[in-house]
Design a protein around this ligand. Structure first.
Ligand code: ADP
Ligand code: ZN
Length: 224
């Protein structure tokens, strides 16, 4: 099974990606996580990506596409994979279609999470992340027991550089300008599965599973 997870920043893609890939035994491929890892280990890729990320801008297509091609070559993708945060532009989507056609691994479905902008901004501006283990918290809805300290590992809990208000605004603008067109692109291929991501993580996950099951039962995923 090859799945793509779409949706604006802050809609809960990361959370759903973990649940879906865990449940279905898929490799979880997050380009955002890959870039953050490159930044923290200080590779050349990380140095280039960092300036774009901190400003809330997209990393140039050629860099992202090359990185994803390499990642899809790894053996853990054999059992299927879930792409989270990629593609983000029409050029990325077109390259991906061509690559997956060459690999003989076509996309089965594109899950499109949506929520209104006020909710998204509230989620992002309150988001806090453990610098050591990546556990996520929320300043208001889900603070760590001790201020600034991760419940899971004792690491430092802080705000992501691109979760500052300026960068959030820029990320939403980038989404509107470059990524939102992907819903039409995948709807045109008969692959889009729209999901309302307003509810709790469990509720949203339940809706995703039901929608994928309904799709499989109707045989839609076999057609393309
Ligand atoms: P978000 O929370 O905005 O969905 P991610 O964690 O997926 O963010 O990505 C963080 C940043 O990494 C993006 O704002 C962008 O700079 C960069 N990035 C991640 N994936 C891509 C991609 N497919 N194309 C271009 N840039 C990307
Ligand atoms: Zn931690």
């Amino acid at each position: 099974m090859q799945l793509i997870l779409l949706g604006p920043p802050g809609v809960g893609k990361g959370t759903q990606a973990e649940k879906i890939s865990g449940e279905m035994g898929l490799a979880h491929i997050s380009t955002g996580d890959m870039f953050r890892e490159a930044v923290s280990t200080g590779t050349e890729l990380g140095k280039t990506a960092r300036e774009y990320m901190a400003a809330g801008k997209l990393v140039p297509d050629s860099i992202v596409i090359g990185m994803v091609e390499e990642r899809l070559d790894r053996p853990d993708t054999q059992r299927g994979f879930l792409l989270d945060g990629f593609p983000r532009t029409i050029a990325q989507a077109e390259s991906l279609q061509a690559l997956l056609a060459r690999m003989g691994r076509p996309v089965n479905a594109v899950i499109d999470l949506s929520a209104d902008e006020d909710l998204i901004i509230a989620r992002l501006s309150g988001r806090r992340v453990c610098a050591s283990c990546g556990a996520t918290y929320h300043a208001v809805n889900k603070p760590p027991k001790q201020d600034g300290v991760c419940d899971a590992c004792g690491g430092e809990v802080r705000q992501r550089e691109d979760d500052r208000e300026e960068a959030i605004r820029e990320r939403l603008a980038e989404y509107a300008a470059k990524t939102s067109a992907l819903t039409d692109f995948y709807a045109g291929l008969g692959l889009l599965v729209p999901i309302d991501a307003t509810g709790s993580p469990e509720q949203v996950f339940g809706d995703v599973v039901s929608a994928l099951e309904a799709r499989a039962a109707s045989g839609t995923s076999e057609v393309r």
